[in-house]
Ligand binder design. Structure first.
Ligand SMILES: [Zn+2]
Length: 201
């Protein structure tokens, strides 16, 4: 069994159960905890996230990433699904290696839940912009003026053109309380491809 009877749903409830198993508060062996759905480390509400652990759900949807390991023959396989810290929503299950494979789809679906239409947000088009643009108040204001009203305060993501296929999405942290979602550059989006490639790599 991967979880005690009456398995809860929703990121918060699952994370609570995960810790109860890990802390030996359930009949399940503590080492079985990773097989229960829990928040991926580094993602909002999970271990190693420095966003804090508010006990009260916020008034808006908050995307995060759930994971669990499943025994498959000789080794464990990772499964992923999107979650929300404000409600019981959970996305469909994806299996993958967790380096942009499986986890990325789940994070994107969590954003479809919290910020429908996020794929049309203005993208950061160079790797330099990922660090520079949020510190450039003028360009930051210009970029975010194209966000729907209220989204910025609710942690809407930054969208950045990825450096390669399946570049893993970056979870939010205290210095930047929003995901950075790496998307494939639309084909033919720039006339000057050479300069753009140099900027990206
Ligand atoms: Zn929600």
């Amino acid at each position: 069994m991967t979880a005690p009877t009456a398995e809860p749903t929703g990121a918060r409830a699952r994370q609570t159960l995960y810790w109860r198993v890990r802390n030996g508060r359930t009949p399940e062996p503590t080492e079985s905890a990773p097989r229960a759905w829990h928040i991926r480390h580094g993602h909002p509400g999970g271990e190693y996230s420095d966003l804090g652990h508010d006990l009260d759900p916020s008034g808006h949807h908050v995307p995060t990433l759930l994971t669990r390991s499943r025994p498959t023959g000789r080794r464990e396989a990772e499964e992923f699904r999107g979650g929300c810290l404000a409600c019981g929503w959970e996305g469909p299950v994806h299996r993958g290696d967790g380096y942009g494979d499986g986890d990325n789809q789940a994070v994107e679906e969590a954003h479809d839940h919290a910020f429908p239409g996020w794929r049309t947000l203005p993208p950061l088009t160079t790797v330099e912009d990922r660090s520079a643009l949020p510190r450039d108040r003028g360009r930051w204001a210009q970029l975010t003026s194209r966000y729907p009203s209220g989204w910025l305060d609710q942690g809407a993501p930054l969208v950045a053109w990825s450096r390669h296929r399946r570049e893993v999405h970056a979870p939010p942290h205290r210095g930047r309380p929003r995901y950075e979602l790496r998307v494939l550059r639309p084909p033919g989006s720039r006339a000057n491809r050479t300069a753009d490639q140099e900027a990206l790599f």
